[in-house]
Design a protein around this ligand. Sequence first.
Ligand code: SF4
Length: 385
Amino acid sequence: MEGRIEKLGPPRSPPPERGVASGLACDLVGLSREELGDFFAGLGESPYRAKQLWHWIYHRGVRKFSEMTTFNKKLQGLLSESCRVTRPEIRRLQESADGTRKWLLAFSDGNEAEIVHIPEVDRGTLCISSQVGCTLTCQFCHTGTQKLVRNLTPGEIVGQMLIARDHFNEWPSPKERRHISNVVFMGMGEPLYNYENVAQAIRILMDGEGIALSKRRITLSTTGVVPMIQRAGNELDVQLAISLHATTDALRDKLVPLNRKYPLAELIKACRTYPRAANSRRITFEYVMLKGINDSITDAKQLVKLIQGIPAKVNLIPFNTWPGAPYECSMPETISAFADVVNEAGYASPVRIPRGQDILAACGQLKSASERRARIPAKTTVKGN
Ligand code: SF4
């Protein structure tokens, strides 16, 4: 099913000011600086408290208000009674022979999503999820076999980072030599179908007084939600990756069904006008190598022609299989010949080394057991494209 999703979220915790008034605990993770400022103002406190709280949550990684020593005892008590600083629950942590780690996380309503950490010599990349399940049905992707359950909130998205930071004991937020130096939105879900929440989470990740990730180290990966690409570029200015995988509409309609809504010509046009795309900030085109499907020399030449003039690199991804997968991975010599054509045309075309295959943590292999419930909350709408 393709679809546009609006307000497809979990039961939200009450807004902070109502949480305090009603005695219901509200979660402060994921709130913007402005929301936190309003919250403290509602308590009769200085907006400066928001800055202090930000420091405790996102720079120090502190969860207990009693440890936030810049708050007086009265404020600590009030916050402890009415608010929370939460993390998703870790249901399972698996470690691959190659050092890749995969977490299965559960959120407050029990729904689950997976995230992956990939250590490399010069960096550590955290692959995070934006939705539980996915509304799209990319044919090569295991997540695509799991129906969309719901969007993740900003707090649940940021919470994935906090969990990984806890794991590596990476508090206070280090300036250099980080285990998690890069974040890619390549986990479960299409981030541009949950744009508002993803954008708020990205702003929190980038904030210099907290987690402080550079915009150059955050990659938003999309299958091609064309109307949102320009907006994401203007508002967030992060790195862009496109799940391309085919060079003709006929094939892409099949592999990435969203192409029927936003065909290649529109997608490529959006890439050409992506704000600040330059040789120093190239767009990444992801291209999964499927045996006998999209891996011929003709495909490679078409690919080069398609992206001509765009500052870009092409990531070639050997297909990672999963139970019931309808495709096979291209032969190594086929991938190599394909890469040569792209390289000779002036585009870097690294072949991604599969990581974490033994724990189903590689690209396109993530999936959780969460299922869409029969009854959808009244506010939820799922519109067909
Ligand atoms: S590739 Fe991304 S958008 Fe496509 S089905 Fe998988 S998770 Fe969804």
